[in-house]
Design a protein around this ligand. Structure first.
Ligand SMILES: Cc1ncc(COP(=O)(O)O)c(C=O)c1O
Length: 390
């Protein structure tokens, strides 16, 4: 007989991802101020809203002015459609097995679908017939990302197929930029050139293209000339600007825990697997019950700070030694007043005294781990309970 493991009661674990929907709303609004009136904003809420909760993120973004929602998976699109938000939805990543199961319902709900190959177009046509509803198709053009998308010289054939099928309607043409986070990189202009000439060919074949879109957060922030009909920011809406900017953006996810214990150790005391760190002085260590199984990147071991909130104020403390599966150690310093139970902010917005130290950011953890804040945000694992602030 197998005995089911009881689901963990969040009251028994101090780790929380605090989600602030008002930050997403305000960030969306701030990004919207960059746009001309004719440009719409699609909030990219894939990957469970970059770890913030897809519906929470979607509602908050719509409140901030997003009129489109973008997700990779059709199943996510369906969940959004069922939630009845006042926004158009686009989905762009499916394979034949999934498509046959879910696309008819997706199209039946009026979700717009991206296709990036003749086979995907055939699947969409088949699903549209089954749904008995014309599919609105965004043609994805591969201008250098080398992932999904038709090559520029295939667009005529795709346009012709759409023109011949009453169940297909061309709703847009789009591409994804490889290097917009480096405004100096000529790759962006090369992609735009390819995109524009492909759109010209497509329009010759299939008539005017209702929507063109290619700008992610970085291009929305740095390249107004690329806004076109629709921009597709993701990471900026969650408060992580991918390029330096004056646009006010604040983090929407704060990862917190609490000190499990504090202890005094002498100089020369080793910490963690592999004895990665040895104390250089007598000090007070803090044990925090959060580790890589909660989403901290082990590669960031010994390279990032946390913020500890004590009765006597906030203080930054370095994380020391190797990050373990369920726990980390921080160096509170020899004169620390921290006590077991004190709150620890791993990253995000700790609130508190504006003149005091702030919590590290997802970007700080990303730098320490040699990755990007996207991965830091989406790595917060399922065993960390989300608390949506109101
Ligand atoms: C197709 C597409 N558009 C837009 C975005 C949003 O990008 P960013 O989060 O850099 O704004 C993504 C995310 O990677 C994406 O995959």
């Amino acid at each position: 007989m197998t005995i089911p493991i009881p689901a963990e009661d969040p009251r028994h674990v101090p780790n929380r991802a605090l989600i602030d929907p008002s930050a997403i709303t305000e960030n969306t609004r701030a990004m919207g101020t960059l746009l001309e009136e004719q440009t719409a904003l699609m909030a990219v809420v894939k990957a469970d809203g970059y770890g913030h909760g897809m519906l929470t993120a979607a509602r908050a973004a719509v409140e901030g002015g997003a009129t489109w929602l973008g997700v990779a998976h059709p199943a996510s699109a369906l969940a959004l459609a069922r939630a009845g938000l006042d926004a158009q939805i686009l989905t762009w990543l499916f394979e034949p097995h999934t498509a046959r199961i879910v696309l008819p319902e997706v199209i039946g709900h009026g979700v717009e679908v991206s296709v990036g190959s003749p086979q995907m177009l055939a699947l969409v046509a088949e699903a549209a017939r089954e749904a008995d509803r014309r599919a609105r198709v965004h043609l994805k053009i591969d201008t250098g990302m080398g992932r999904g998308g038709v090559l520029p010289w295939q667009v005529r054939e795709m346009g012709a197929t759409m023109g011949e099928d009453d169940f297909l309607r061309l709703a847009g043409a789009w591409t994804h930029l490889t290097s917009a986070d480096d405004p100096e990189d000529p790759a962006t202009d090369q992609q735009v050139e390819l995109f524009d000439s492909a759109c010209e060919a497509l329009a010759e074949e299939a008539g005017p293209i209702p929507l063109q879109h290619l700008a992610n957060s970085a291009a929305t922030l740095t390249r107004p000339d690329l806004h076109r009909d629709l921009v597709r920011p993701g990471i900026a809406l969650y408060g992580c600007p991918p390029v330096p900017t004056d646009v006010p953006l604040r983090p929407a996810l704060t990862l917190t825990s609490r000190l499990a214990m504090v202890k005094d150790v002498p100089e020369g005391h080793s910490i963690g697997y592999g004895r990665m760190r040895t104390t250089s002085r007598a000090t007070r260590l803090g044990l925090v019950p959060i580790g890589y199984a909660d989403g901290l990147h082990r590669a960031a071991s010994d390279r990032c700070d946390v913020l500890v909130r004590t009765e006597h104020g906030d203080r930054r403390a370095p994380q020391v030694g190797r990050i373990s599966m369920d726990q980390i150690v921080i160096d509170l310093g020899p004169d620390s007043e921290a006590r077991a139970g004190d709150e620890v902010f791993l990253f995000g917005d700790a609130g508190g005294d504006p003149n005091g130290p702030s919590a590290p950011t997802a970007e700080d953890w990303a730098r320490a781990a040699g990755t990007i804040p996207y991965e830091v945000l989406t790595s917060v694992s399922g065993r960390v309970s989300r608390k949506v602030l109101s």
